[in-house]
Every structure is written in C-alpha cells, then in structure tokens.
Design a protein around this ligand. Structure first.
Ligand code: UDP
Length: 325
C-alpha cells in the first residue's frame, strides 16, 4: 500500500462501498480522512467503524453544497471524487438525477480543488467504452455510445464530460487531475439494491431464492476485488507522473454471468433455481447490455506495476462469508 501517512484526503462518496474501504485503508496507513456523502446510496453502516476514529471526519451533505465542500477542500491535500449516481438500475430509473449529480458535482469538486490546489482523483467508469468491440478496452480507444433515446448512455456521456473537464483543468490550469475508469468492482459491503450482480446473486443464493440471470447469461464481465482497486487508486494518488491521463482499473479474468450464477450457488451451498429474466423486464424496454467488458491494464501496470492479486473464486468466498454474517 502506498504511503498516505500524514496527509489529508477528502473522499466524496465517502460512505459508499468503495469510499468506505478507501477511508479505512488511508486511516490504517496513518492518513487523515474527511468524508462527504449525502447517504443517497451510501450508508452510515458502511463507516460505523470509522466514525470514532480521531483522524476521520464525516459530513452528511451533497457535493453541490458549496460551503461544506469548500471547507473540507481547504484542509485536504488530495480529493478522491467518488460521489456519483451508480448502479445501472438507478441510472435507468432516475436519468435526470444521474446526469445532474455527475456533471454538476464534478464541476463543484474541480473548482474547489483548484482554489486549494488539491490533487484530484476522479472516478469514471468502464461504461464510457459503451458498445466498443475491440478487446481489451484501452484508454486511448475510440468510444461508441448508443442513441440518446437510451438512458443508459446518458450515464456514460455524463462520465465522459467529467473526464473531459478534469483533463481540461489539467491542461489549462495545471491542476493535477487523474481520472480513472473503474470496471466491475466487488467485495464485502456492496449492496445489490442498485442492480449490482454479485451481491444480488449472493443474497438470492443464501436465501434459496431464484438467482436472476438477465438475458441468456452469455454476457461476460471481469470482477475485481475492492481492496485491489483501492491499492490502485492510492498508487495513482501518490505517483508523481500519474496526472493528466486516464487509467483503467479492473480485473482481466472473464466470467459469463451464467457461470457466475452457478459458482455463487455452489459456494453458498444453495438450492436456488437459476431463472432467466429478459432485459426488457429487468430494466426497461429496449435496454442495451454489453456482451463483454475487459480492461487493458497495461497503462497502470507500466506506471505502478499494479495488477489484481485476488482471483474471482477467492473474492466470492469472502463475500459469501460476509453476507452469511
Ligand atoms: N445481471 C444479472 N442479474 C442481476 C443483475 C445483473 O444477470 O440480478 C447482469 C447484468 O445484466 C449485466 C451483468 O449482470 O450483464 C453485470 O451487471 P452489473 O449491473 O453488476 O454491472 P454492469 O452491467 O455495469 O457491468
């Protein structure tokens, strides 16, 4: 884990799944954490073990609350901007909130960071690769989004605007901005409430309820352990040469969603059936899914020597154990 000792990190979305793991890692390394979260998808449960820590401070506020954001940014060395609308389900159901939170929130964060000269780590997403068909996805590849009539692509476009804006701050003002594209990230504390497949399957399996595979289950994903993701983010936060470029962060081991359902079922010792649900029924009519999504991690590997350390089977064992508790 890179050295965060003695430095102050502002984490937006600090009570979320990834934000809470990040806060924990920074505190464990002797850093100080200021977390801001409106608890729309994050929760106090995620940070219950951090709230009493002397180097942890939490504000329940939106990132568009300028007073809170400014005050926290004024104390920070590094801002890790994770606050965003997340989860395919949420994005399809609340397209206005998705676009506004992602674009306006990032504008506010960049402005505050510029004022107090903070380095900014900007969370983006593999969604920006859209329907690209050249695998693996590399940071300098062209992107191919679907029609504007499909809400899903509004999320991708809003995150692209965030990346453009961040890189523009770097070019025009010299602000140290590092956008990173997260691929599917999993681990303890992730909720299935907003559609994420692994926590949904694990909960369904443990309750012996049908495991809901959308489409025919042949679509494939690569799942990375949240702790590996965090060491990548903190590595980028520390490295002198990371600013001004986008980085993929993700695992490269592919699994089909049907295979995932079967593995989860076995690991949970479950008697669940596997139920196929059409995309129209699962999301919205005309919903477009990606058949594959695989990152090239050459860029971050060349800079930091980073690669995931944990296999899908190990991560699933952990999540099943955690959910059982
Ligand atoms: N998925 C599924 N059943 C569920 C939830 C998701 O089969 O209950 C599928 C989903 O359609 C997608 C994959 O699992 O093909 C990953 O979904 P998730 O929302 O976790 O991530 P993303 O679509 O952003 O890769």
């Amino acid at each position: 884990m890179p050295a965060t000792h003695g430095r102050t990190f502002l984490i937006t979305g600090g009570a979320g799944f990834i934000g809470s793991h990040l806060g924990e890692a920074i505190l464990a390394d002797g850093g100080r954490v200021l977390a801001i979260d409106d608890l729309s998808t994050g929760s106090l449960d995620n940070i219950s073990s951090l709230l009493d820590h002397p180097d942890f401070r939490f504000a329940r506020a939106s990132i568009t609350d300028q007073v809170v954001l400014e005050r926290m940014a004024s104390e920070a060395d590094v801002v890790i901007h994770l606050a965003a609308a997340v989860g395919v389900q949420l994005i399809v159901e609340h397209p206005v909130q998705t676009i506004e939170t992602n674009v306006m929130g990032t504008e506010e964060v960049l402005r505050a960071a510029l004022r107090y000269d903070c380095r900014v780590l900007l969370a983006s997403t593999s969604e920006v690769y859209g329907k690209g068909s050249k695998f693996p996805f590399a940071e300098e590849d062209d992107v191919l989004l679907g029609a504007t009539s499909r809400s899903r692509w509004g999320y991708a476009a809003s995150k692209m605007v965030d990346e453009f804006l961040g890189l523009a701050y770097w070019r025009e003002y010299g602000l140290e901005v590092i956008p990173f594209r997260l691929f599917n990230t999993i681990g303890p504390r992730q909720t299935g409430r907003y559609g994420m497949v692994v926590p949904r399957f694990v909960r369904q399996a443990l309750a012996d309820e049908p495991i809901t595979v959308f489409g025919d289950g042949s679509q494939r994903r690569c799942f990375c352990d949240v702790r590996d993701v965090i060491s990548a983010i903190l590595g980028l936060a520390e490295h002198p040469d990371s600013p001004g470029r986008v980085y993929n962060i993700g695992a490269t081991e592919e699994v089909s969603i049907l295979d995932l359902a079967e593995r989860v079922k076995t690991k949970a010792g479950s008697s669940s059936s596997i139920e196929f649900v059409s995309y129209d029924e699962a999301y919205a009519p005309g919903f477009e899914d990606m058949q594959r999504r695989v990152p090239s991690i050459d860029r971050i590997n060349a800079l930091l020597g980073w690669e995931p350390t944990r296999s899908l089977d190990e991560i699933l064992d952990d999540i099943v154990a955690w959910e059982r508790e």
